[in-house]
Design a protein around this ligand. Structure first.
Ligand code: ZN
Length: 422
């Protein structure tokens, strides 16, 4: 759906000022006082329409067949009130001056299409080609709300701009039932938002730390409910939102740990290709993930979606036996997972011992070709302990760590790492 600008206030207004006609095309103005605009939107399941005589309208063609629009107004009086309502630390970020807040607010809106044009090549490539001819960032509503081809935003901060636009994939194109699978919209969108922001800033490191932190706080809070809970049936707002946004994002990043990050990324594109405009459900996604990775995954949502069971693996003990290093690992949690165990030796060399989880009936491909990897016998989910055998001398070992990438949502990482002080 397009967001409309107001009708001309006088018959003398040129229709070209509305900016919706194709460039260079001639607009025929009918006779009479009234004008009728007809909007057509293919493949949408919702719509939004906005109008305000004071909107400033900017647009930018960002690639063939895609024009972005922004509609906003800067009201000093309104923004001063918003500034006055800020907390003291928030005010200090603006040098305790309302005019700085207003300037920053305006700058965000003025540059929203620049940000959007930086992001779109990565979004197309990573999550599937944005197929509509336009997208509009419209000032309105509260916070940010997603619609097909548009969003209503209070401010144009980077987080909310990217988040709402990514909903074009995870809600608008997929059309998943958000009451039943709120985390497949908000969680997938949060995951994608982190990826897009990392691309825009070229940042490295663990870009989903915020989502993992949210999930761990949820576990500690004691109010966690399974992701499979209907969106309207959560007992608390915190339980709903942290499950949907944070745990939902963790679900996808952790899936990359299980099947391999490259497979997970292939899966996202395949999901787009096969299921956009089809209203997929969780099982569709899991079956597709199994097909892409060759790994059985029925157990993953059983534990991570349908229950609130948590993950906790730890290093139990290690010793030398028959010229080999033996390491006993312990599953102190309730969710079985595959294990990446990184060994770092005194000379700086690394070795990754990979233990698939039995229920996977398969193993992920090597993710980092620069580190040698040994594939070990699968860990049966019924067994609390596992003894691993690797080549090497114990007294040359410096560090062992379960999942150094931190993608496995282990709720107690204090027992994941062991530094040997020989
Ligand atoms: Zn959202």
């Amino acid at each position: 759906m397009k967001a409309g600008t107001p009708l001309p206030t006088s018959p003398g207004n040129s229709m070209a000022c509305h900016g919706y006609e194709a460039e260079g095309s001639k607009v025929n103005r009918p006779a009479g006082e009234m004008l009728t605009w007809k909007f057509v939107a293919p493949n949408v399941h919702d719509f939004v329409w906005a109008a305000d005589p004071q909107y400033k309208h900017i647009s930018k063609k960002v690639r063939d067949g895609l024009v972005l629009h922004a509609f906003y107004k800067i009201s000093a009086e309104h923004l001063t009130k918003q500034y006055e309502a800020l907390s003291a630390p928030a005010k200090s970020r603006y040098g305790n001056k309302a005019e700085n807040f207003i300037t920053a607010y305006q700058k965000e809106w003025d540059s929203v299409l620049v940000l959007a044009s930086k992001a779109i090549p990565y979004m197309d490539k990573t999550f599937g080609y944005y197929p509509y001819k336009q997208y509009s960032f419209i000032q309105g509503g509260d916070g940010g709300m997603e619609y097909p081809m548009a969003t209503l935003l209070k401010g144009a901060g980077e987080d909310v701009v990217i988040h709402e636009w990514m909903h074009s994939w995870y809600q608008m194109m997929m059309g998943t039932n958000e009451s039943l699978y709120p985390w497949m919209d908000e969680g997938f969108t949060t995951f994608a938002e982190d990826r897009v922001k990392a691309f825009v800033h070229q940042s490295t490191g663990f870009i989903h730390a915020g989502s993992y932190g949210g999930y761990f706080a949820l576990v500690k809070s004691g109010v966690e409910e399974p992701l499979s809970t209907h969106a309207d049936h959560f007992d608390s707002r915190f339980g709903y939102s942290t499950s949907s946004y944070s745990k939902g994002a963790v679900f996808l990043e952790q899936l990359g740990y299980i099947i391999g990050a490259d497979n997970r990324d292939k899966l996202l594109l395949e999901y787009y290709r096969k299921y956009r405009f089809k209203h997929p459900e969780l099982n569709d996604f899991i079956r597709l993930a199994e097909g892409v990775s060759g790994i059985q995954l029925d157990w993953y949502p059983q534990f991570f979606v349908n229950s609130t069971k948590t993950i906790d693996y730890g290093i139990d003990s290690l010793w030398q036996e028959n010229g080999k290093i033996k390491i006993r690992l312990r599953n102190a949690g309730k969710v079985p997972m595959p294990i990446d165990l990184m060994l770092t030796f005194k000379d700086g060399t690394k070795h990754l011992a990979y233990i698939p989880q039995y229920l996977m009936f398969g193993s992920k491909p090597v993710e980092d070709a620069t580190v040698p990897r040994s594939l070990h016998e699968a860990w049966r989910w019924t067994h609390p302990n596992y003894v691993l055998e690797v080549e090497g001398k114990l007294n040359e070992l410096k560090l062992i760590e379960i999942d150094p990438t931190r993608r496995m949502a282990d709720v107690d990482r204090s027992n994941n790492k062991l530094e040997l002080m020989w």
